[in-house]
Ligand binder design. Sequence first.
Ligand code: AMP
Ligand code: MG
Length: 502
Amino acid sequence: MNVIELANEAVAPPLARGWPNRFQGLGESFYTALPPEPLPDPHWVATSADCAALLGLPPDWAQRPDWQALQVFSGNQVWPGMHTLASVYSGHQFGVWAGQLGDGRALWLGEIDTPAGAMELQLKGAGRTPYSRMGDGRAVLRSSIREFLCSEAMAGLGIPTTRALCVTGSALPVRRETIETAAVVTRVAPSFIRFGHFEHFAHHDQPAELRALTDFVIAHHYPDCRDAPEPYAALLAQVTLRTAALMADWQAVGFCHGVMNTDNMSILGLTIDYGPFGFLDQFDPGHICNHSDHQGRYAWARQPNVAFWNLHALAQALLPLIPDPDQALAALEPYKAAFADALLARWSAKLGLRTRQDGDRELIDDLLRCMAADRCDFTITFRRLAAFDTEPGAANEAVRDLFIDRAAFDAWAGLYAARLQREASLDAERAVRMNRANPKFVLRNHLAEVAIRNAQAGDFMEVERLLNVLRRPFDEQGATTSDAYAGFPPEWAQSIEVSCSS
Ligand code: AMP
Ligand code: MG
């Protein structure tokens, strides 16, 4: 073992309390214990103060000489009591059973107790594991910065997600389409268990392990299910509802995940595994953010249905634990209504509606239809709508100018104004609410790209600046920041190609 374990007394609280790893308690059918592969001559790329605060770390956590955090979060050392391991899972990729996958480049470090409950820490890109298949176990700087920024951006948007504590980098070359350099992201979540973990034990006919895993998830993450008449069906029902809510969150903010394989679906309903994701620029419901997704299986508009498909795969995996298959179907059944309700609530908030009235769905659909026809910028259109003036005859130019078909917009604006009047909506008050529902700043591809190019040239300031903008996506943040980060994407943004390669 070429990883050094620091002396126990070197690590002060809260880190010295040991690294319980409850997942490890499940036994060796679930993982392989192994050390990270050392990363030569690492350096810091970025840290998230918000994530550190979530973990209860002191502000100087990354720099304390006695903690050696840079070495720990690049895979060169472990803190006392850390038992690093890679877990095994399987899954469906692009709708096809893919067999065994597993943590091919992620390592579980253990847990920290936080005010928000126990949090698992994981290194991503820490070297080969028994589940690496043909991969090199590494992650490149480009994809690590994308994962880091988007994790924290999603948290800023209030969308359930795994978090990211830091990125470390190295000059170690890594071969992708071109030669890039290695990086390690430290991610944080209450659990990294995926649908694919359940599929693994179901497919390999290991009912005892399947039951142990499911009991583990219920005990630690869904304790209410224990008292249900059928705890396993109750778990499926709760995961179904969380997944429906997550899909509504994604759709309402124009987020495309890009690789919604069942191994990338969190049992906690978190956004997980940031790869070729993207936020919509011009609104196109058929937008495909993953260049490798030739069929458009994971196009923006299809995400909610794909999640439902994935829930069926989870249900299939849980069937050995559920006495009657009808109970599994009944657990899935509320998905469509739950998703539709959640989505309507989010669109309503985006339009500043406080009540539900007949015709709201049509009003929303009409707006989306106009936006799609004119390829309006998704984020900017909704943000500008906050300033909508209901005064008869108001031109509402800021938002109107975004549409090519002005007559169509005017017709819609008339209906919208009438609808707002039906709930006696006050423009100023509504604008404040709408600005809390419609982000001004999202992680557009071109913004990430600029930060990545600078970082590849050794300048990490832009990653930090962008993180600082994205952690408060609903705030106005002043003219300079707006000009730099809230504008239309430049022409070259359309030529950015994001693939699975990471
Ligand atoms: P993804 O599509 O990134 O979620 O990855 C699917 C599977 O491939 C998972 O089992 C990953 O751990 C594995 N994988 C992806 N990239 C690599 C890599 N560079 N080295 C080893 N395994 C990888
Ligand atoms: Mg994955």
